[in-house]
Design a protein around this ligand. Structure first.
Ligand SMILES: Cc1ncc(COP(=O)(O)O)c(C=O)c1O
Length: 461
């Protein structure tokens, strides 16, 4: 495509005009929808529209605004957010108690010089150490979840001088090369082979298999740097650890001097009813990875925090050996994370989520007794999975909810499980409204697929 700077300038002015306008006119709205379809088809990925449109029953919905617990499309149609950006929106959307500090920081300076000492990074690291368990002490901030996972993997090798990683089947850690290598799902690994060497997967929940894998590697002359896992598996379909499993994993890692990495990108910051999921089991990892909700639903900020023995002289002497991301721990992102921590502590958001999660679970369990289509319900706090007999039925439930103004995860690849991950600030009233709409949708989909108590196991086979 030949460059056309005149055309580009005209186009960019038009788009900035939409951003600047307090309210869009009718023509603007139609133009934005039309442009979005064209732009995604021609410059992003046509697959995206096919995927999103299959959840919507009529039009293409283009998001434009949000409220505390909702998204709105350009025409003002409102959706209750039960997806929570897959974990971003613990504090709701544009929480004013967080936004005001980010705006104040934006009016002072946005990004850091890269050379002077940026104070907010230091404050955030110190306060993070106060709200993470055990002696987790040294923090390194990044921009995306996968990038933080890379830092955790690198730190395990750097600090120990050892090589192998053990990860879990079904685990998900992002889509960068290192993260993909430790992911536990074939579809997303296969196209990128050969992946990073020295990764072995064991069954999540099986402590015996984990110990065997480590001891066999050591017996055969290898070294094991780290075990990486989610304390509760998210993408795998909300899989809770068996009783005592995390403690056993901790003991195995101690026995063989292997670094234990907990990826709490999704489960952290109150999602499961405690600030960190590992706190509920009273287990402290050597490296804790966080992201998603850490920036309060306003700024992207992720990172790791590690126990002091991993911060070796090598890292202290060369602080850039682990990584040096240009935007990592920038002042805007740090202001958002600091305000998020303040908000969560002041409102006891994790405790609220524990209580609200119980209410949600009680109502869902009641629905399970009435709906043969609900095969299983699992979860903790506001991280809940609903299982259906077939992916088509799960997909139909997502579609039915969307039609009723409820946004859930339309995971086309594994639609057998629907994820319920609402903002932590969701009111009881909105929760009940959403659950009523789910109930209505379940009746509709059961009828559509003729699901009964008698045939559901056959359908599920
Ligand atoms: C447990 C876990 N780790 C890592 C990631 C990757 O984060 P990001 O998409 O920000 O790279 C995710 C994202 O869903 C996640 O759930």
């Amino acid at each position: 495509m030949p460059t056309d700077k005149v055309k580009a300038l005209k186009e960019v002015k038009r788009v900035l005009g939409y951003i600047e306008k307090p309210a869009l006119g009718a023509e603007d709205k139609d133009a934005i929808v039309k442009d979005s379809v064209e732009n995604f088809n021609e410059h992003v990925n046509p697959g995206w529209l096919i995927y999103r449109k299959s959840v919507s029953t009529d039009a293409t919905f283009v998001e434009w605004e949000d409220g505390a617990e909702t998204f709105k499309d350009v025409y003002g149609k409102e959706f209750i957010d039960v997806l929570g950006g897959y974990g971003i929106y613990m504090c709701g959307h544009r929480n004013p108690e967080i936004l005001k500090y980010v705006k104040a920081q934006l009016d002072r300076y946005a990004l850091h010089s890269q050379e002077l000492v940026d104070p907010l990074r230091g404050y955030l690291a110190k306060i993070l150490a106060m709200i993470t368990p055990g002696d987790l002490q040294y923090a390194f901030f990044t921009n995306g979840g996968a990038e933080a996972v890379e830092m955790a993997l690198k730190l395990a090798r750097l600090a120990t001088g050892k090589q192998w990683y053990i990860s879990m089947t079904g685990g998900f850690h992002g889509k960068s090369m290192g993260a993909v290598s430790v992911n536990g799902k074939g579809t997303y690994r296969e196209p990128y082979k050969p992946l990073i060497p020295g990764v072995m997967h064991v069954e999540y929940g099986d402590a015996v298999a984990l110990e065997k894998a480590i001891s066999n590697l050591i017996k055969t002359g290898e070294t094991v740097a780290g075990v990486i896992m989610e304390p509760i598996q998210g993408e795998a379909g909300i899989i809770l650890p068996p009783e005592g499993y995390l403690k056993k994993v901790r003991a195995i890692c101690d026995k063989y001097e292997v670094v234990l990495i907990f990826d709490e990108i999704q489960t952290g910051m109150g999602r499961t009813g405690t600030m960190w999921a590992c706190e509920a089991d009273d287990v402290v990892p050597d490296i804790l990875v966080y992201g998603k909700a850490f920036g309060g639903g306003i700024m992207p900020i992720t990172g790791i925090i590690a126990r002091p023995h991993l911060w070796t002289d090598q890292i202290k002497e060369n602080p850039w050996i682990l990584g040096s991301p240009t935007f990592g721990g920038n002042p805007l992102a740090c202001s958002a994370a600091l305000a998020t921590i303040k908000y969560m502590l002041e409102t006891d958001l994790p405790g609220q989520v524990a209580e609200k999660g119980k209410h949600m679970m009680t109502r869902l369990m009641k629905m399970k007794e009435e709906h043969p289509i609900l095969m299983d319900i699992r979860g903790k706090g506001f991280l809940i999975g609903l299982d259906y007999p077939t992916p088509e039925m799960g997909w139909a439930v997502s579609k039915g909810l969307f039609k009723r103004g409820v946004l859930t995860g339309g995971t086309l690849n594994n639609a057998k499980t629907n994820r319920i991950e609402p903002p932590g600030i969701m009111s009881y009233e909105t929760m009940d409204k959403m659950l009523d709409l789910l109930d209505e949708t379940l009746f509709e989909v059961e009828k559509e697929f003729s699901v009964t108590w008698e045939n559901r196991d056959v359908l599920n086979a």
